[in-house]
Design a protein around this ligand. Structure first.
Ligand code: UDX
Length: 444
């Protein structure tokens, strides 16, 4: 059992802290946002994540998980301090380390015995060293401490599962003692421990996310070629994915990746490369392809409709992927303002991300948690998130509800033959177009 303090109760901090508590450690999660802490003390979660509330409630009840905004006390009492504060992207695409530096300063000022200070946030290479120097600068005596980089690989929507059963833990430590302490902490979650230097561990996180993002942009580029030569990208994915050296995951073509990690981390990696004098052209292209996917989807829609002005368009899905209410860098957040500015009437559906979207986009569109309500009388449906509600749509009912049967699908949800048989004009990504044959649809 270890005494762990986690600074920052965002996705990573809250989930990791809760899982450390579940494994029997004494965990204190702290945040400077008092409202967030007050909510957590009352059992209200700041994020939607399946299974999180149950695990938090259980561990609060049995006394292994605590919440506080008294950061100084939480630091003084801890043996291990996890820094899990945000590293937002600056306008230049660089990671902003303001919060990390603030926490390091507070740790330095409150260092009262040997502690292991761990970064969990995705931080640029060299941040561990920076934290070390900030702590040294602000601690009063020469109290020993160690720094560890222990990046997080959890996926939103699967966060608890990913944390309780990690595929691997990457531990980059400044001493063997610190490595052992953090390795022990991870024993309940995985036996695959990658021991590395601080810098290597920091880079592993960026390399992992950039590689996954590259897979997605690669298949999206292939999809764009498929559209031009009449091939089907889903079959290409299947055909290459069965090669175990390639693997079948992250080969789903679509409107591109979003979320809090891939867009931010690919840009940050580009900066890290630039700062050490290397032009990482591959990642530059990955980012460009991803941005292009959104544009192409809108172009397809515009071409099919003739004009956006005065058309009623259903947006199916606001979250960047299913099972989360996270809209950060979500395709919908880019696409809705464009369509609204060009005079379309928008009816957006999402089961859980409407509240967050309203905060950011206000009333540029009407919102509904009822998918059929948002489809009513529309000239086109645009699928941006592959929610189960979208997959489960009664397509006959959809056709009846729509003014004309046009679906532009950014997630390749439906089978082409089915759409053809039902008489839809169905434009997906990297697959042959399905055109409605009846006279009424000539304009589509
Ligand atoms: C990702 C990483 O998977 C995780 O390891 C890391 O810790 C944080 O970033 P997350 O952002 O939660 O996790 O989402 P993920 O499930 O990886 O999907 C990212 C984006 O890629 C989504 O927008 C998704 O729609 C898109 N995607 C994914 C594709 O477009 N095609 C695919 O084949 C897979």
């Amino acid at each position: 059992m270890k005494k762990v303090t986690v600074v920052g109760t965002g996705y990573v901090g809250l989930v990791s802290g809760t899982c450390f508590a579940e494994a029997g450690n004494q965990v204190t999660c702290c945040d400077i946002n008092q409202m967030k802490i007050n909510d957590l003390l009352q059992g209200v979660m700041p994020i939607y994540e399946p299974g999180l509330k149950e695990l938090v409630d259980k561990n609060v009840k049995r006394g292994t998980l605590h919440f506080t905004y008294q950061i100084t006390q939480a630091i003084q009492e801890a043996e291990v301090i996890y820094i899990a504060v945000g590293t937002p992207m600056t306008s230049s695409g660089k990671a902003d380390l303001t919060y990390i530096k603030q926490v390091a300063k507070t740790i330095g000022e409150n260092l009262n015995g040997y502690k292991v200070i761990v970064t969990k946030s995705t931080v640029p290479v060299g941040t561990g060293k920076l934290i070390k120097s900030v702590i040294q600068e602000h601690s009063f005596e020469q109290i020993p401490f160690d720094i560890v980089a222990n990046p997080e690989f959890l996926r939103e929507g699967d966060a608890i599962k990913d944390s309780m059963n990690m595929e691997r833990a990457v531990i980059g430590a400044t001493s063997e003692k610190a490595f052992q302490i953090i390795a022990e902490l991870h024993q309940p979650f995985t036996s695959n421990i990658v021991k590395a230097s601080l810098e290597t561990a920091e880079l592993i996180k960026y390399a992992a996310n950039a590689f996954l993002a590259t897979k997605i942009s690669f298949i999206n580029d292939i999809a764009n070629i498929c559209e031009r030569v009449g091939a089907d990208v889903t079959k290409v994915s299947e055909g290459i994915g069965l090669d175990s050296r390639i693997g079948n995951k992250f080969l789903q073509a679509g409107v591109g990746f979003g979320g809090s990690c891939f867009p931010k981390d690919t840009s940050a990696l580009l900066h890290i490369a630039k700062e050490c004098g290397y032009e990482f052209n591959l990642i530059k292209s990955v980012i460009e392809t991803n941005e292009g996917q959104r544009v192409q989807l809108v172009k397809k829609l515009e071409k099919a409709l003739g004009t956006l002005k005065g058309k009623t368009i259903s947006i199916l899905g606001l979250a960047f992927k299913p099972n989360t209410d996270d809209i950060r860098s979500s395709p919908a957040i880019d696409i809705i303002p464009y369509l609204a500015v060009h005079g379309a009437n928008l009816q957006a559906f999402d089961p859980i991300a409407i509240k967050e979207t309203k905060k950011q986009l206000g009333y540029q569109c009407a919102y509904s948690e009822n998918i059929y309500e948002s489809i009513q009388n529309s000239d086109a449906c645009v699928i941006l998130t592959d929610w189960q509600d979208v997959k489960d749509l009664d397509l006959i009912k959809v056709k009846e509800l729509m003014k004309q049967p046009l679906i532009v699908d950014g997630r390749n949800v439906f089978d082409l033959e089915t759409m053809k048989d039902l008489g839809f004009t169905y434009l997906s990504v990297g697959r042959p177009e399905v055109r409605q044959k009846t006279a009424a649809s000539k304009s589509l």
